[in-house]
Design a protein around this ligand. Structure first.
Ligand code: HEM
Length: 417
């Protein structure tokens, strides 16, 4: 590059010397021997007459080293290593040189992992202290794991596992939940745990933050979360982190920090405060309902009512109803789409007993009688007993079911008063 620079200067001087001669022969202000641009070295533009653009013909881009921008034409972007930002045009991504530490745009360089495209530069509020651009302090675990995108991926993996776990997913399948906020708050919690700069999550006794994230006691109050629920959920945090290759040391710390939240979150420390917990949570209820539907379908006395029923929907709604009656976390009628669209294909939330049985007839045109009702409750009892539901719990469940009689049978007067 330097050699070429001096050759250019030399050529420029030589041409300047020539043009002085030309100027002496010019009579009209133009150089008679300069056919190309009609000017010569003494013209107002001070350029040499032999090049097409009025600059020095020896530079590839039509400019030379003495140009006002101080750049040299051999750079693809028209700048050179002497540019103000010290960068070179050979880095197509950020206009800086891949080997230099400072890019005028984001203060980092594309090759140091902290360029604007990796979510960890100055525009995301985590630069300057993230230890990823060579000029910062030590990296935090948050940075090492990949910053916010990595934490979001972790939380999404976790949410997928929780959603697929029938032991605990009933807590999250109500329209009343704010799952977008849950995700945001979890990302914040994990970011804080990983020492992300400037991120704090409300502690015990503190009110919600500006995103509505509450402290753990407030967020879980009244849910009846059991010790078993907590262990299952914590297990998903750990396996999600393992799936994403989070180092064991960080997983260990996370288990401790999240594990310590148990006292604020768990209300049922012995896993038996409700029938729901005692019978074995939702998986047990699903089994009871599956068995119950089999019994109904096999019963000629009442199966005429179910010939056209959407069995998947019926099961979804029955499981939710029994879960709620058993003191579990389902809110009947507040189904989320994944259950009534993905699950049963209808998109309609589970109907109340009156709406779903009003005017109902079997395949012979008969209305629902008290005898039909009793037959059905009998199948519920048989299925529950077959699945180890205790007599006491079954009695409590049956009591609630019987109270639904007036909403279901055609002749309400036949129901127990
Ligand atoms: C270490 C364990 C846990 C952590 C770190 C945790 C964290 C959180 C966070 C950050 C929120 C959002 C708070 C807010 O919306 O203000 C939340 C909400 C919630 N949590 Fe937990 N949780 C844990 C355990 C559990 C367990 C075991 C269950 C039940 C199985 C559960 C059920 C819920 C539900 C249903 C919500 C949504 C509440 C709503 O939207 O109204 N959580 N949790």
């Amino acid at each position: 590059m330097k050699m070429r620079f001096f050759v250019v200067i030399g050529a420029t001087l030589a041409l300047t010397a020539c043009s002085k001669d030309d100027a002496t022969t010019a009579t009209t202000g133009t150089d008679a021997v300069d056919a190309t641009d009609g000017t010569d070295a003494t013209d107002a533009d001070g350029t040499d007459a032999t090049d097409a653009d009025g600059t020095d013909a020896t530079d590839a881009d039509g400019s030379d080293a003495t140009d006002a921008d101080g750049s040299d034409a051999t750079d693809a972007d028209g700048s050179d290593a002497t540019d103000a930002d010290g960068s070179d045009a050979t880095d197509a991504t950020d206009g800086s040189d891949a080997t230099d530490a400072i890019d005028a745009t984001d203060g980092s360089d594309a090759t140091d992992g902290s360029d604007a495209t990796d979510g960890t530069d100055a525009t995301d509020g985590t630069d300057a202290t993230d230890g990823t651009d060579g000029t910062d302090g030590p990296a935090t675990p948050f940075d090492t794991l990949g910053g916010k995108p990595a934490v979001e991926a972790l939380i999404d993996t976790f949410i997928g596992k929780v959603a697929g776990d029938a032991k605990i997913n009933a807590y999250f399948l109500n329209k009343t939940n704010n799952l977008a906020r849950l995700r945001l708050c979890l990302v914040k919690q994990v970011s804080e745990l990983l020492s992300a700069p400037g991120i704090t999550y409300p502690k015990a006794g503190e009110g919600p933050d500006s995103d509505g994230c509450r402290n753990m006691l407030a967020a879980h109050a009244g849910m009846g979360v059991s010790k078993a629920d907590f262990a299952d959920l914590l297990g998903h945090i750990v396996t999600s982190a393992q799936d994403l290759s989070v180092p064991d040391a960080i997983i260990g710390v996370a288990s401790q920090v999240f594990g310590a939240m148990e006292t604020d979150i768990v209300e049922d420390t012995t896993n038996d405060a409700t029938i729901y917990q005692r019978v074995g949570r939702k998986p047990a209820i699903v089994t009871v309902i599956d068995d119950f539907v089999d019994l109904v379908v096999a019963d000629p006395e009442i199966n005429g009512f179910f010939g056209t029923a959407n069995v998947a929907r019926l099961k979804t709604c029955l499981v939710r109803q029994v879960t709620q009656v058993a003191g579990g976390p389902a809110l009947y009628g507040a189904e989320v789409e994944v259950e009534v669209v993905g699950g049963d294909g209808t998109g309609i939330p589970c109907l109340d007993m009156e709406a779903s049985h009003n005017g109902m007839q079997d395949d012979q045109g008969n209305p629902v009688t008290k005898a039909d009702f009793d037959a059905l409750v009998g199948h519920v009892a048989a299925a529950a007993t077959a699945n180890n539901v205790t007599e006491a719990d079954l009695g409590a469940l049956a009591g609630v079911l019987v109270s639904l009689c007036p909403a279901i049978v055609a002749d309400q007067a036949t129901c127990p008063q």
